[in-house]
Design a protein around this ligand. Structure first.
Ligand code: ATP
Ligand code: MG
Length: 282
């Protein structure tokens, strides 16, 4: 089923299917090193879009540009119709409140407790009383399966899976319309990885946000993606349903999806869908 059809069948999502991110003609270069050339991509409201590409093809850099952290050499990026580096400070701040980010490393502040890490985006608003901050942090932590005990821990005392959960709780702190996940399951064992996928799927269903995910993990990709954008040759060579991408003839796609690893992931995914036919993609 195409993402547009999936979105259209979810009447509770206002504006489902309309573009929330529009990237056109993007060029990125670090000195002589050109990372993106004429890259275009559209992300639609409510979908889960996965970006794949070889290591060093510029997935994280692309994410940083969408977030306005890095300026492109050329081309345009619009998020909710606004350039992430354009407008005044107030407009940029308002735009940032509409998304949540789980960075590749987790990027928790090591000097802050779990509680204070999740509270950070709320406190940045400078308008919420501490009692509200406390309520929201507690709710977000329980949403991702963490307890009040965990809230007092330091990031150094967490397992890899817990770091991802805390980072996700922080990404969700402001009830974002758009969630970015950079390698959310990297470094997790298969059980933790499956739990994370189930969690994202449930939250996506409940909260209806748009997800842009970067992953090398095929199990995660097959379980969650409504569309997949493939980054190769400095641009998005195809952006379509998993099935259509698998049919797209390109050496990277063959290696990435159709090797032994891909075969195993697709078999597991088919078996899982047979076991749980109603627990399919969001
Ligand atoms: N600030 C920077 N200065 C110079 N080069 C950079 C900078 N940031 C990224 N790069 C280069 O841009 C390229 C893309 O990096 P990026 O981190 O986006 O890759 P990626 O696709 O996310 O890889 P991975 O799958 O390993 O996470 C790499 O060659 C990297 O060395
Ligand atoms: Mg990366």
């Amino acid at each position: 089923m195409s993402a547009a059809v999936v979105a259209a069948t979810q009447p509770d999502r206002a504006g489902a299917g309309e573009p929330v991110i529009e990237i056109d003609g993007l060029r990125t270069a670090f000195g002589q090193h050109v990372v993106h050339e004429n890259l275009s991509l559209t992300v639609r409201r409510g979908e889960i879009l996965t970006i794949v590409g070889g290591s060093g093809t510029g997935k994280t850099v692309l994410l940083r540009q969408i977030l306005g952290l890095t300026a492109p050499a050329a081309g345009s990026i619009r998020v909710f119709g606004q350039g992430p580096r354009s407008g005044n400070a107030r407009q940029r701040f308002a735009l940032r409140q509409r998304w949540g980010v789980l960075f590749q490393s987790g990027a928790l502040f090591s000097a802050l407790s779990v509680f204070d890490n999740v509270a950070l985006p709320l406190r940045e608003l400078r308008s919420l009383p501490e009692s509200v901050v406390r309520d929201v942090v507690t709710t977000r932590l329980s949403l991702v399966g963490l307890t009040g005990d965990d809230a007092n821990k330091a990031p150094a005392d967490l397992s890899g899976g817990m770091v991802k959960r805390v980072a996700l709780a922080r990404a969700l702190a402001l009830d974002p319309e758009l969630v970015f996940l950079d390698e959310p399951t990297a470094g997790l064992d298969p059980t933790r990885s499956d739990e994370f996928v189930t969690l994202i799927r449930r939250l996506h269903r409940q909260l209806g946000f748009t997800v842009v995910m970067i992953t090398h993990d095929l199990d995660t990709l097959f379980a969650l993606s409504e569309r997949v954008a493939v980054l190769a040759e400095k641009k998005v060579i195809v952006c379509d349903t998993v099935e259509a991408v698998l049919d797209f003839d390109h050496p990277f796609i063959k290696t990435f999806f159709l090797g032994e690893r891909g075969q195993r992931a697709r078999e597991l995914n088919a078996a899982r869908e047979q076991e749980h036919p109603d627990d399919g993609k969001p």
